[in-house]
Design a protein around this ligand. Structure first.
Ligand SMILES: Cc1ncc(COP(=O)(O)O)c(C=O)c1O
Length: 339
């Protein structure tokens, strides 16, 4: 293996040694297979290609200062994938199978897990696809569940920093009774144009309001939103956002820190009242929001006047990564040692 420049990895794809696969046929899951091939033999009429019957997940494995490799709350990702399966009529991957495949693919690719000091991690990508050949719009009969891993760089190359967001009213990523609460590729396809538009305007990401009334906060690109005020952590309750494992964890940590936690609709105007705001997800844990601009009204909701992350966001960020890296006690039993 050539010497890896772990510090300069991007959030891209690098070939590793193995992936793991499991097929669903005749109504049941088969044996776990180890594979060194990166491609999938797929029928051109496979349901996933035409009708989007596919789902994925995203997690990380962390090489920790104590020498162990840990994963974080993978049961939550298994449960979310099961919820997605129910949402788009696919068979559910049992949690034990999900975890066994994660542990196996990490161990098989041990040499690709970046060192602790680099800030890089091993990204874990489970994928579930409907593989049967058919042209009618029906659920597939057969499925492939696979997991691959790839090393990814630290999200904040220049350190934990704030970013500007822009409200999009011309595009919705999901509908109130649609698939926004599931991790299906179609939601991401639906977000590409808004994301491109936001980047063209010089923003880090697009910011979504609820699709029906455009009155309430929904999501920040592919991350959940939270705002902080009066020692309270406030995050949207909406049927069209993905239930984030990071957000769920931050809500718990906020409570542990003696803060109040509110999960409820957040009217757009309330943005004016937050002392801090952030986008949260596996990739960055917390991406603090500098400001959110509304091009329709010309209003700018500013959370960070000096461009620096706020004290509570910083505290929550440090606390969560310390647990993920086995530095602080894992009082909630969120991590699992894989190696
Ligand atoms: C649309 C969307 N929202 C939120 C999140 C954050 O979820 P998590 O914290 O489980 O990574 C993600 C990333 O998975 C996402 O794609």
């Amino acid at each position: 293996m050539e010497k890896m420049d772990w510090k300069n990895l991007s959030f891209g794809y690098i070939k590793t040694d193995y992936n793991v696969r499991c097929y669903f046929r005749d109504g049941r899951w088969g044996e776990i297979e180890t594979c060194s091939e990166e491609t999938i033999p797929l029928h051109m009429a496979a349901v996933c290609l035409h009708y989007g019957q596919e789902a994925f997940e995203g997690m990380k494995a962390y090489r920790c200062p104590d020498g162990h490799v840990r994963v974080f709350r993978t049961e939550e990702n298994a449960a979310r994938l099961q919820s997605t399966s129910r949402g788009i009529v696919m068979p559910e991957v049992p949690t034990e199978l999900f975890n066994e495949m994660i542990d196996r693919v990490i161990r098989l690719n041990e040499r690709w897990i970046p060192p602790y000091e680099s800030g890089a991690t091993l990204y874990i990508r489970p994928l579930l696809i409907g593989t049967s050949a058919q042209v009618g719009v029906h659920p597939s009969r057969e499925y492939l569940f696979m997991i691959f891993v790839t090393p990814v760089g630290p999200y904040f190359k220049g350190g934990f920093a704030t970013n500007p967001y822009v409200i999009t009213r011309d595009y919705d990523r999901s509908a109130p009774l649609g698939t926004g609460c599931y991790k299906v590729g179609g939601n991401y396809a639906a977000s590409l144009k808004a994301n491109q538009w936001a980047h063209e305007q010089g923003y880090s990401c697009e910011f979504y309001l609820d699709a029906k009334e455009k009155k309430y906060i929904d999501e920040c690109g592919a991350a959940n939103f939270f705002g902080i005020k009066d020692n309270t952590y406030v995050t949207p309750l909406s049927t069209s956002i993905l239930p984030s494992v990071t957000n769920k964890s931050l809500m718990q940590l906020a409570e542990d820190l003696g803060m109040k936690v509110e999960r409820r609709q957040i009217p757009l105007e309330e943005l004016d009242t937050f002392e801090e705001a952030g986008a949260c997800g596996t990739a960055a844990v917390i991406s603090p929001i500098e400001r959110i601009d509304d091009p329709e009204t010309g209003k700018s909701y500013v959370f960070s006047k000096d461009g620096k992350p706020g004290p509570i966001s910083t505290k929550l960020f440090n606390k969560l990564i310390a647990i993920q890296y086995g530095i602080e006690p894992d009082t909630h039993g969120w991590t699992r040692i894989v190696l």
